[in-house]
Design a protein around this ligand. Sequence first.
Ligand code: ADE
Length: 222
Amino acid sequence: MLGRAIDKGIIELSVTDIRDYTADKHNRVDDTPYGGGAGMVMQVQPIIDACRSSGYGGPVLYMSPRGEILTGAMAKELSEMPEITILCGHYEGVDQRVLDMLDAREVSIGDYVLTGGELPAMVLVDTVARFIEGVLSGEESVMNESIYSGLLEYPQYSKPREYEGEQVPEILLSGNHGEIDLWRWEQSLALTRERRPDLFEEYLKKPMKLTKRERAILNKYR
Ligand code: ADE
């Protein structure tokens, strides 16, 4: 999806290798931490020079397990910026002065630690891109705005109708799109309430214009 969006000129990505900017004669970009301790710290000079030379723009996001957790709301906010810069750390982290000088916002993709920031950066780029117009097909982007948004996805089925005795729910074969939409919505409500009560509570707070039928369904789960 991202490859296609790049080909269509909807988004543009460029990658800068910090090592290309080191002033160290041995090409080093890291050194031991002041104050002692394990591991290596990425140094300030190569990162700042890499940023300045690459003409970076927009807010700087630093991928780090100590950052605020990436959410859909954050991704949407970032998608509205014309440009963002993502700094991927490695080793034990980067010199704090980098983060101070670039006024970096620290972002984590979850409560687990990876060996570097590159995979988290790709996760962030992917989820931000989904909010940019033209990246998803029309149908998918409509889903983002519908009464389904904020809920877990309903179960999907495809051909065949029956597989080793396992049937596709009858309603999906009915051709009645109004009823199918209600069924799917109800499935999403039930799944979300069971698996993610936190999301369900948030969903209930959203202002929604519901029909009588929809309200009756929602009240069953409230
Ligand atoms: N770098 C290492 N672990 C990370 C995480 N969980 N999120 C973002 N960046 C990271």
